[in-house]
Design a protein around this ligand. Sequence first.
Ligand SMILES: *[C@@H]1O[C@H](CO)[C@@H](O)[C@H](O)[C@H]1NC(C)=O
Ligand SMILES: *[C@@H]1O[C@H](CO)[C@@H](O)[C@H](O)[C@H]1NC(C)=O
Ligand SMILES: *[C@@H]1O[C@H](CO)[C@@H](O)[C@H](O)[C@H]1NC(C)=O
Ligand SMILES: *[C@@H]1O[C@H](CO)[C@@H](O)[C@H](O)[C@H]1NC(C)=O
Ligand SMILES: *[C@@H]1O[C@H](CO)[C@@H](O)[C@H](O)[C@H]1NC(C)=O
Ligand SMILES: *[C@@H]1O[C@H](CO)[C@@H](O)[C@H](O)[C@H]1NC(C)=O
Ligand SMILES: *[C@@H]1O[C@H](CO)[C@@H](O)[C@H](O)[C@H]1NC(C)=O
Ligand SMILES: *[C@@H]1O[C@H](CO)[C@@H](O)[C@H](O)[C@H]1NC(C)=O
Ligand SMILES: *[C@@H]1O[C@H](CO)[C@@H](O)[C@H](O)[C@H]1NC(C)=O
Length: 740
Amino acid sequence: MDFYRILMQVTWAGVILAEMATAAVAAQLAKPNCQDRCGDVGIPYPFGTTEDCYLDESFFINCTTSSTGNFLPFSGETIVQNISIHGQLDILMYTANDCYNETGSQSSNQPYLTTADIFTISNTQNKFVAVGCDTNAFLYATRNSKSFYLGCVSSCQSISDVINGSCSGIGCCEVEIPKGLKKFSLESTSNENHTGVLSFNPCSFAFVVKRDLFNFSSYYLDSLRYNETVPMVLDWAIGNDTCKYAQTKSGYVCGGNSTCYDSDNGNGYRCRCNDGYDGNPYLHDGCQDIDECNPLRPCKDTNQICTNLAGSYSCSCREGYEEYRLTIGTICREKGKQSRTIIIALGVGIGIIVALLFSSWIYIVLKRKKFIKLKEKYFQQNGGFILERRLNNSQRGSHETVKIFTAEELEKATKRYDESRIIGRGGFGVVYKGFLSDNRIVAIKKSKIVDQKQAEQFINEVVVLSQINHKHIVKLLGCCLETQVPLLVYEFVPKGTLFQYIHQDSSISTLPWEIRLRIATETAEALWYLHSAASPPIIHRDVKSSNILLDDNFTAKVSDFGTSRLVPQDEMLLATVVQGTLGYLDPEYLQTNQLTEKSDVYSFGVVLVELLTGKNVLSSNRPEEERSLAAHFLSSLKNHRLFEILENHIVGEGNEEQIKEFVEIAMSCLEVKGEERPTMKEVAIRLDGLRKRKKHPWVNVDLHEEEAENLLDATCVASFEIAGYDSINNHVPVALGDGR
Ligand SMILES: *[C@@H]1O[C@H](CO)[C@@H](O)[C@H](O)[C@H]1NC(C)=O
Ligand SMILES: *[C@@H]1O[C@H](CO)[C@@H](O)[C@H](O)[C@H]1NC(C)=O
Ligand SMILES: *[C@@H]1O[C@H](CO)[C@@H](O)[C@H](O)[C@H]1NC(C)=O
Ligand SMILES: *[C@@H]1O[C@H](CO)[C@@H](O)[C@H](O)[C@H]1NC(C)=O
Ligand SMILES: *[C@@H]1O[C@H](CO)[C@@H](O)[C@H](O)[C@H]1NC(C)=O
Ligand SMILES: *[C@@H]1O[C@H](CO)[C@@H](O)[C@H](O)[C@H]1NC(C)=O
Ligand SMILES: *[C@@H]1O[C@H](CO)[C@@H](O)[C@H](O)[C@H]1NC(C)=O
Ligand SMILES: *[C@@H]1O[C@H](CO)[C@@H](O)[C@H](O)[C@H]1NC(C)=O
Ligand SMILES: *[C@@H]1O[C@H](CO)[C@@H](O)[C@H](O)[C@H]1NC(C)=O
């Protein structure tokens, strides 16, 4: 037995999709004893050539004899080319034209079509087209019993402008036909009598044309002639009513074994033969059963016999064979002959298919699981569970805690980490501006790859920082641990860093003294809070002007402490050496590696000097021993050259007494021995006192404040500096907890 052949046959039997037999049924199209052709055109009922033969006068076809002896069917005054039982009528329609010669208007024609109510211009098969280089074209029609028009304009200067195949305004324009247009006329006009284009385009044309028969080319500009006809399509339907109403009324025409459906263009309904039937559904017995078995052979097994049924067919085994049912179809098997091989082979075949389906299902399930697992792995690796536990514990004490964001939330907030959202980039990673779904604007810091061992420390800090709530400290709103690297979400501070205002652009370094003093005081208060109010105390370790952010009112916000441990320690060391921005570092701490609050005091002293002098913290323009600003400052003081290094305008703005005391505070902060430096509390109180002291009478600071702000606004808002979120570059790797 030919095993392969059998298998093929069975497979085919399994996919029997009845290829609908379009076998020519000798179905009758017209009513009995009626003329069913006129020349080449078949005339199906409801159309007819005499009163007994059509449904009503709208469907009258006047079959005339032309001068050459041919039969020509007319509907009204229009030549009919084809009548489709599916509701279309192909006709020939005149073009509108408007022609000129050198002396002016030569001739024009505005054709119209007044058809019966049953006809609607087919919106799917036609388009309205105008051809010409100086052409306005219009179609006027009736739509829902009201007048309606549409049109288009086309022009060109020379025939070389024209693009073959493109009808979009150059020498040709076209408009879609809307639904429901009846009884129309066409018009084409010209603006300038075709002056200048007469040589290649003397006429403007407008016409409705069967869309797949017209492909514009420059040929048409010259060769379209007056009173030419073009093919177009009308839709027809029976009556005014939808099927629902028509079926209840007398005069419903759909015959047996047919279905009624509503016209989708204009009113009325149409009929269609049911599946398995063919013929004219408008005649009483028009829909005839299709004999699917002849001449088609839909039964795939050669041992099957096809039997035609009403509207369908069936396949059964011929004599001497018996049916054998399988899940994928039926085969015919010789009676009495046990064919184990077939059954085994089929079993194997089915088995393979089932196995394939099952394994691909397993594959998809596993893949999805893997993705979820990966997210969970990151979450755990980044210390997510520890954080959750810590948060649950601390929730009772504090009113506001860190939120754990999902990866999707932050992805949405940053438009999938779009380039345009980047507000800063540095050695540590990237900072994005993000818009949360509750309309908050945040800064999202995406760090470099985290060392897994440091996860717990990182979590500790996130918890501590989240509990800090001070108006001069940038708030950590939350983090996301589901990504490969943890993401930190901060409040967004719009104006950038103090560093920018002091150094970046010399023309705007005119930050008024009043504001400088306020920033210093606010920063001092924030550090005091960190050292004392927060429990356990927190040492910032990286006080510097680029870590002081400014909001819209130039209010200071200290940023970025502690989280430096996101960066692997060796990289921090490297950065410290390479970058050499050690200008802020406490010399005692450098020697002893003992971190105390006083290290922050020293760094803050350097910031005070920066505010006073506007000079860079490290500068190679200064003599070797005065490279660092602190040394430069102290040496200037010693040599009574202080006023030489102060920012020029400050000398004019601040009163001398204020400046002198400010200098004193800075000096005390920069004491080499930590214990001789004041605490942040003392510094903050002194600065605050200084601010409140009466201003010198001849200084009028208030007047300049707004001016200065405007100036600052203009330059800095757009470039929020990353440095504000970057403290890692000059960190010395001492753990926060160890330093206390
Ligand atoms: C049919 O057309 C011919 C020729 O145009 C015309 O003479 C005749 O009157 C038309 N018949 C009817 C019934 O309109
Ligand atoms: C008439 O239309 C039918 C179907 O729309 C098509 O099969 C037939 O070829 C057309 N006849 C002519 C002469 O265009
Ligand atoms: C232009 O057309 C008009 C009207 O058809 C005709 O009288 C005239 O002779 C034409 N002029 C030329 C130059 O062909
Ligand atoms: C129309 O004609 C252009 C060239 O004249 C040809 O590239 C394009 O394929 C044609 N489009 C159709 C739909 O026949
Ligand atoms: C177009 O020709 C008409 C006469 O046919 C004339 O009255 C009109 O001024 C001409 N317009 C232009 C723009 O040449
Ligand atoms: C556009 O088609 C016409 C004829 O259909 C031809 O004469 C002409 O050269 C074609 N133009 C271009 C630019 O192909
Ligand atoms: C165009 O047809 C109209 C009537 O349909 C006729 O009056 C006119 O003379 C014809 N024009 C030309 C140039 O054949
Ligand atoms: C359709 O309705 C209009 C008015 O509503 C009527 O004049 C017309 O005769 C109707 N047409 C048919 C075919 O019933
Ligand atoms: C539908 O067709 C079948 C057979 O083709 C015929 O017996 C039956 O009478 C028809 N139904 C109607 C309503 O004409």
